[in-house]
Design a protein around this ligand. Structure first.
Ligand code: ADP
Length: 462
């Protein structure tokens, strides 16, 4: 087992990894940017090293600074968390070259699943259903039209190196095709330094249902059930839950089988997520594989009792999974609300000083956060400041616990999306589990009356 792990990340996930290391008796090294000098991950790690100025490109994405920090402190492994360098095949490669274990899949796997067209091809060849679409990155205007003719409208242009909902354009007729491709290309180039795009058939209001996979280096692969992530703003998730209200036992079994196939054909190791879109008729299609721990991993931990970060560390250290598929048991229901420092109506980030911060608690409530009173929420990084997670014996209990928690959570000084979460958690469609990726847009378009009695556009949050 490792003696010392360097955590190449910040915020709640850095703290979450520190807690796992403490439980395993592993010491920790925090790295931080100048903007994060007073952060909790710095305070709670055993050692810390400043790796550069606030912009992520100068610090959390600065590979040579991170490697120097590992060298200076004598770390033997690196946990990349999510975002930043977590899916960089290059980073994983240089870690290995420096005798540092990268806690995640191999560079080859990262390269494969990081290329969404290659991933589609591999899955399709392995028998995992994929949506009709292009077999390779689009080369020319003519080719786009040929693919569009083949699959028909509506369709969606997506970035080959995509992530975070960026570089995606929906096209409903041939009129807008060419300009959509060029806009998607530009956005992809700016976001991922890779302007390749591909085309996929658009599903109208599908559900986003993903499966958690855990695989060791000895050929054992299990799935830990699904997460329903259909509540999204701008193709980004804001509420996730497990199990999904959409799955019958038979559909769950079929999707889980495809998820395991996806792991098998990509020779996957460590924690990963196989994302599917689920159509209204029960057909499902692979869209991508995320080769890292996901933001929403806690809902899986709550229903399975398995600590995914500890599992990642154990697997990276060469241990075998300590359980078979049959031994994985699910209990109750879990929901996660991503609390973002943003305006609840416009989703515009709202950085600044948190003047007052109060967290809910009690049975079935878990909070993963690195925020606190007097924290200056930096404009340089992601706006998520906390994850509020509840667990109940059933969905209704998880919802009641979420509602009471959101009602007493206090974040003052900045705006948060707590009012939006309250609105969702009280919405009749949410309550019966009638969800799709179009759910949030419909809710927001349905007027401004908030069933909780709070103005949905309230300044600040309570
Ligand atoms: P990213 O890697 O940027 O997160 P994904 O491929 O995971 O991109 O898709 C993110 C979201 O975009 C999905 O959850 C879904 O809401 C929407 N989406 C992606 N592909 C399609 C599609 N073919 N049809 C309908 N919606 C889609």
């Amino acid at each position: 087992m490792f003696k010392k792990i360097l955590i190449a990340n910040r915020g709640e996930i850095a703290l979450r990894i520190i807690w796992a290391c403490r439980e395993l008796g592993i010491s920790t090294v925090a790295v931080y940017s100048e903007a994060d000098a007073h952060s909790l991950h710095v305070k709670f790690a055993d050692e810390d090293v400043c790796i550069g100025p606030a912009p992520a490109s100068d610090s959390y994405l600065n590979i040579s600074s991170i490697l120097s920090a590992a060298e200076i402190t004598g770390a033997d492994a690196v946990h990349p968390g999510y975002g930043f360098l977590s899916e960089s095949a290059h980073f994983a490669e240089v870690c290995e070259a420096c005798n540092l274990t990268f806690i995640g899949p191999s560079p080859e796997i990262l390269r494969l699943v990081g290329d969404k067209v290659r991933a589609r091809q591999t899955m399709s060849a392995g028998g995992v259903p994929v949506l009709p679409g292009s077999d390779s990155a689009l080369a020319s205007g003519e080719e786009v039209e040929r693919v569009a003719d083949e699959i028909g409208f509506p369709l969606i242009i997506k970035a080959v190196a995509g992530g975070g909902g960026k570089g995606m354009r929906v096209v409903r007729s041939s009129d807008g095709l060419e300009s959509a491709v060029s806009v998607a290309r530009q956005e992809a180039g700016a976001s991922f330094a890779d302007d390749r795009v591909y085309v996929e058939k658009l599903l109208e209001e599908p559900r986003h249902v993903e499966f958690q996979i855990m695989a060791d280096n000895h050929g054992n692969q299990v799935h830990l059930g699904e997460r329903e992530c259909s509540i999204q703003r701008r193709h980004q998730k804001i509420i996730e839950e497990s199990p999904s209200t959409a799955l019958t036992p038979a559909l769950r079994e079929a999707m889980a089988k495809s998820a395991i196939t996806a792991a098998r054909v990509s020779h996957y190791t460590n924690a990963g997520t196989v994302e599917f879109l689920l159509d209204r008729d029960g057909s499902f299609y692979f869209i991508e594989m995320n080769a890292r721990i996901q933001v929403e991993h806690p809902v899986t931990e709550m229903v399975t009792g398995i600590d995914l970060i500890k599992e990642q560390i154990r697997v990276a250290a060469g241990e075998t999974l300590g359980y078979s598929q049959r031994q994985v048991k699910w209990r109750g229901h879990s929901i996660e609300c991503r609390i973002n420092a943003e305006c609840p109506d416009t989703f515009v980030p709202s950085p600044g000083l948190i003047t007052s911060f109060h967290l809910p608690g009690g049975p079935g409530v878990r909070i993963d956060t690195a925020a606190h009173s007097q924290l200056n929420v930096s404009p340089y990084y992601d706006s998520m400041i906390a994850k509020l997670i509840t667990h109940g014996n059933d969905r209704a209990e998880a919802i009641f616990r979420m509602r009471r928690s959101l009602e007493v959570m206090v974040v003052e000084g900045i705006k948060t999306n707590i009012p939006l979460h309250l609105r969702i958690i009280n919405d009749p469609d949410f309550l019966i589990g009638r969800l799709s990726t179009g759910y949030l847009n419909r809710l927001l378009a349905s007027g401004d009356t908030d069933v909780t009695g709070n103005a949905a556009s309230a300044e600040g949050s309570a």
